[in-house]
Design a protein around this ligand. Structure first.
Ligand code: GLA
Ligand code: ZN
Length: 625
């Protein structure tokens, strides 16, 4: 099993390397990741490649039996490149070019950047073509992260117009899909179509969705050119991977496209980062891990596991003793089968002085070192458990078109997509019912329960698949606003087919802003964020609203659909109610729910149970299974 640390030998005096490597081995590591920000080390002047530094590093690593994951160095580029070609620098929404400095500040569509990427990656892969110690190539680093999914430069403008021409062929098709008759926005030519930079009021929702699709394609085609080169030189024992970041729903980047090209998906697991005063909830962290596993529907790697407080200019919550190990174990339990901690030693210079590593600036062995060593020991002692299959009978679905539709029009000041996604995920997590988190494009027919949080964009084909799934005995659970829009991000005209499938009519709705909640008649739990005013047709009301004028309307419904059931949850229900509903649907489908104390999750791996206690205190649990 690949276990190790992220190591940046170029950050330290050469005289520290031998001792570093010995100590990394002493930690219990067998692998290090190097190189992903070291372009200038490899090409100090244009076209003059020099890999001698990393040749020396790899030789030393090999003598100590360490394997290498090598990162292509394109997340940052040499200053001479942007000095010579300033048009590789991305532009912000105001049309201002990013300055050199920071990282990820290149434009994915810049022809020069794509060419220089081809050259450096080809030179790197060629140079190490026969290096057996390299077990994997990581392309770039966290593509799309830190706002780098957006660029408003002239190249992106013309590329966007070409993207639209390729999609719509003739301008009339675009005008029709966009409804540009509204506000007199009809275009005569694709060259008239703007990027969604600042305007008065708001842009056309379909333009905004197409822009997000274009940004995603820009990143994925850039990534694909690197994968193609790696595949050309990759040896049989090597894997090609890329490390994704945790805020995936907040970027215009559908990682499913890249994941298809990778041998294995890698993830950077930071349950807390920057100025956050508290970590993400255990359910939220678990959801991200299930999402990463769902990209290829197979186990994944973590190439950056947090060990210590992290942040560039602001730091926040300090992970408690063994909490970094706990999060690492939670990841192993949910499908991680290779894990490297970020980073061997925290850097003393540059922008990440406050991104702690295992070792701090004093370079002394410390509690974090011992925490990592104990993690490595325990994982090695139980290695076979982490190769046991993960079986889920519940799938929670997302669709990036739907996500970007919400990004265009959040409709409630209090709306947060990820929060609404976790809201429906959390019930299953609390009951320890393993779930997969999948793109709607994946085949969900084998599951017993399908959950669609705030799926406002529902295509005809998705609805047909859901209909067949429910007819076949499955349970479908829709969140609020489901099915109101088509794939052009326009409201459905006429009878709403999704509502018809749910056996309901929604005659009106209300956005519930920050702090606004409405009560229900039958239960004490309240509704926030949004409420749909539902009239059951051939569905049964589960709860009604309590406030004046609206007691006749249902807040949630259920309908029998042939051998299955279709639930519609018309608002942001409190967790206690979500839990009751989750218990109900799991019982109906005969799924085993495991009762653990709050903050304790249990994950079944073959004949083993991994129990993760997120509490700061010991808990007693009943025998499981
Ligand atoms: C991200 C990046 C790393 C580093 C860490 C710091 O995950 O991939 O290069 O910046 O955060 O926490
Ligand atoms: Zn650009």
């Amino acid at each position: 099993m690949i276990l190790g640390v992220d190591y940046y030998p170029e950050h330290w005096p050469m005289r520290m390397m031998d001792e570093d490597i010995k100590r990394i081995v002493g930690l219990g590591a067998n692998t290090v990741r190097i190189g992903e920000f070291a372009w200038h080390m490899m090409e100090k002047e244009e076209g003059k490649y020099d890999f001698s530094f990393f040749d020396g590093v790899i030789e030393k690593l090999k003598t100590h039996g360490l394997k290498v994951i090598f990162g292509t160095p394109t997340a940052t580029f040499p200053a001479w490149l942007s000095k010579k070609h300033p048009d590789i620098l991305a532009m912000d929404i105001t049309g201002k070019r990013h300055a050199f400095g920071g990282r990820r500040q290149y434009c994915y569509n810049a022809p020069v950047y794509r060419q220089k990427t081809r050259e450096i990656v080809t030179a790197l892969l060629k140079h190490y073509e026969n290096e057996p110690a390299i077990i994997a190539w990581q392309i770039d680093n966290e593509l799309g992260h830190e706002g780098s999914d957006q660029c408003f430069c002239p190249t992106c403008e013309s590329s966007f117009q070409a993207f639209l021409m390729h999609k719509y062929h003739v301008i009339e098709n675009l005008n029709e899909a966009y409804g540009t008759i509204f506000w007199g926005q009809t275009y005569n030519d694709f060259s008239e179509i703007p990027m969604p930079t600042a305007t008065i009021t708001c842009h056309n929702p379909t333009l905004l969705l197409d822009w997000a699709r274009f940004r995603s394609e820009s990143i994925n085609t850039y990534a694909a050119l690197q994968v193609e080169i790696v595949e050309q030189f990759k040896q049989a024992h090597q894997s090609v991977t890329h490390n994704l970041f945790g805020g995936f729903f907040d970027r215009a980047y559908d990682q499913n496209i890249l994941a298809e090209k990778l041998d294995v998906v890698s993830y950077d697991n930071y349950p807390v980062w920057g100025g956050l005063e508290a970590p993400l909830s255990p359910a939220h962290i678990a959801m991200t891990l299930d999402y990463i596993r769902g990209l290829k529907q197979k186990n994944f790697w973590i190439v950056e596991e947090l060990m210590g407080a992290q942040g560039h200019t602001v730091i926040g919550y300090l992970p408690r003793p063994n909490q970094g190990k706990l999060w690492a174990m939670q990841a192993m339990a949910r499908g991680c089968e290779a894990l490297l901690f970020f980073r061997w030693r925290g850097m003393t210079r540059g922008a990440e002085q406050f991104c702690q590593g295992i070792l701090d600036a004093d370079n002394q062995e410390n509690d974090k070192f011992r925490e990592v060593a104990s993690f490595f020991r325990e994982v090695k002692e139980n290695e076979s458990v982490f190769y046991e299959p993960i079986k889920a009978e519940v799938a929670i679905l997302y669709d990036y078109d739907n996500r970007w539709s919400w990004a265009a029009q959040p409709q409630s000041h209090a709306f947060n997509f990820t929060d609404e996604f976790v809201r429906l995920y959390e019930g299953f997590h609390r009951l320890n019912v393993m779930t997969d988190v999948l793109s709607v494009e994946k085949d969900f027919s084998p599951y017993k329960i399908i959950v669609l949080p705030v799926m406002q964009v529902v295509s005809e084909s998705l609805l047909e698949r859901l209909d067949a799934f429910a007819a076949n005995g499955g349970t479908v659970i829709f969140g609020f606003r489901s099915g109101i829009k088509d794939k052009d991000n326009n409201l459905n005209l006429g009878i709403n087919k999704t509502h018809d499938f749910c056996g309901i009519e929604i005659t009106n709705y209300e956005s519930l802003g920050h702090g606004i909640q409405v009560e229900l008649l039958e239960v004490p739990e309240k509704v926030s964020i949004w409420r749909d005013l539902i009239t059951p047709k051939n569905a049964k009301a589960l709860y009604h609203y309590k406030d004046t004028y609206y007691t006749a309307y249902a807040a949630a419904t259920v309908k029998h659909h042939h051998n299955g059931k279709v639930y519609y949850l018309g608002g942001g229900f409190e967790q206690a109610l979500i839990l009751e509903l989750t218990k109900r649907v799991c019982k109906e489908q005969g799924l085993i729910c495991i009762d653990t104390p709050e903050g304790v999750e249990s994950i079944k791996r073959g004949d083993h149970i991994i129990v993760v206690n997120h509490n700061t205190f010991e808990v007693q649990i009943n025998p499981i299974y």
